[in-house]
Design a protein around this ligand. Sequence first.
Ligand code: PDD
Length: 293
Amino acid sequence: MADIPDLIGYLNGRFAPLAELQVPVLDRGFLFGDGVYEMIPVYGRQPFRLAEHLRRLQSSLDAIRIPAPHTAAEWSDIIHTLIARQDFADQSLYLQVTRGPAYPRNHAFPAEVTPTVLLFADPLLPPAPALLEQGIAAVTQADIRWLRCNIKAISLLANVLAKQYATDENVAETILLRDGLLIEGSASNIFIVHDGVILAPPPSHLMLTGITYDLIIELAGQHGLPLSVREIGEAELRAADEVWLTSSGKEILAIVELDGQPVGKGVPGPIYQAMHAHYRSFKNDVMRQGKDQ
Ligand code: PDD
């Protein structure tokens, strides 16, 4: 394994270098993937839409019946302390809650168990300029995940295999299709543009509604870019003028090649350029200033 970087993390009440933090082998996160997580982007030490991330965390915890280990105010304290302890201002903050350690190993929930809470922050680097200018390539695959993809669960085996498929194919992302419909990427949401209209698949139990997804829809509204939230068929995806990927880490990227075929003209399209400019301004004027948490 690569060396663990010299970063301060948080485990169950203790701030310490990541390499010193350890969880018991009987933790149900390790044995069953029994837990949930969030990835919160932090710009200029300001966590972006913390309240929304904490709301999504709470709904994931409720869905898998883990009692909330902290109130929103406690989470905010832990998160701000962790942010302050890093050497870098732009951070990708990872937060994970598992059901906790239990013996004997048993699929059913143990009667008494204390959730394990882990946080750490990595430097958050914006996508390389070449990616913004040239766009990225993607492939498609059948979505073999379960029917509760709206839960941000740490059990990500199908997502891991989908992303590895992209890596093996030398592309950046795998777009998942279920029953002939566009769902999302292995670790991102997907938008398309058709005849000047931005199309977004509707939130459902089959996809994770990104905080970035919500922001893109808001920005389209604010700047008068036509947008419709509706189901998108595979044929529409393949005939799209533009395809975009969004996530907290990747921001918004144009997919210019899909399954080896060019998307539209094979370069980032005009509506992507417009949306990316709005996103960049929003990041600098609002996110970095902590005006929209
Ligand atoms: N993943 N859909 C899936 C399956 C995801 O894993 C992600 C993000 C998103 C976008 O959500 P957001 O805009 O809130 O980042 C959609 C994170 C970044 C991860 O797993 O690391």
